[in-house]
Design a protein around this ligand. Structure first.
Ligand code: COA
Length: 158
């Protein structure tokens, strides 16, 4: 099922969004203990939902296929990709790319020039394919054994 619509997330979506994130990460091969350690970084941020900075992708059947959120960093023009997760049953069908486009549009509205991404090991090819540039690496704050690749995505002019 392809994505039918991308809409702002509601507070009522929150529990399901967090579950989608946990399933997406587990599908990358992390065990339950690792997913439990990651949870503070997987839980959707209610303040970002309230601020209109979380969007969900839905299929024709109304089933939630994934979500994305961004946040301003406070540094002029720099927006952080807070999270992007696709339900494993719907992966590799373009939902992630559509959600990332939504994040780009949102970032433009926030006067962003660059999106900063901390990529999990399995998502590196996804961001490279989208045109993001590798700028470094950093330990995952909630599980320092996992090294995240840092990317900068330059927001193109419209
Ligand atoms: C990363 C993620 C959001 C991608 O979502 P998706 O809907 O599968 O992505 P798309 O279908 O739009 O993929 C676009 C392209 O990115 C690349 N890509 C995506 N996932 C990939 C993977 N796991 N391995 C290699 N390349 C990948 C491919 O080139 C793909 O195009 P193709 O399928 O035609 O080859 C999703 O796999 C996910 O939720 N992963 C787990 C959670 C996570 O790590 N989130 C990111 C935190 S930094």
């Amino acid at each position: 099922m392809t994505v039918n619509q991308i809409r702002p997330a509601h507070v009522d979506d929150a529990a399901e969004l967090t579950q989608v994130a946990a399933r997406a990460v587990k599908n990358d091969g992390f065990d339950d203990n690792a997913v439990a350690r990651f949870m503070p970084g997987l839980r959707v941020n209610l303040a970002l939902i309230a601020a209109g900075l979380v969007f969900v992708a839905e299929g024709d059947d109304g089933v939630l296929q994934g979500w994305v959120s961004v946040r301003p960093t406070g540094i002029g023009g720099l927006i952080l990709l807070e999270g992007i997760f696709v339900e494993p049953a719907h992966s590799r069908r373009g939902a992630g790319s559509r959600l990332f486009s939504t994040a780009v549009g949102l970032s433009r509205k926030l006067a962003g020039n660059v999106i900063l991404i901390n990529s999990s090991p399995s998502s590196v090819d996804f961001y490279a394919r989208l045109g993001a540039n590798k700028i470094g690496a950093t330990p995952f704050v909630f599980s320092p054994d996992v090294e995240l690749t840092m990317f900068a995505f330059t927001i193109p002019p419209v």
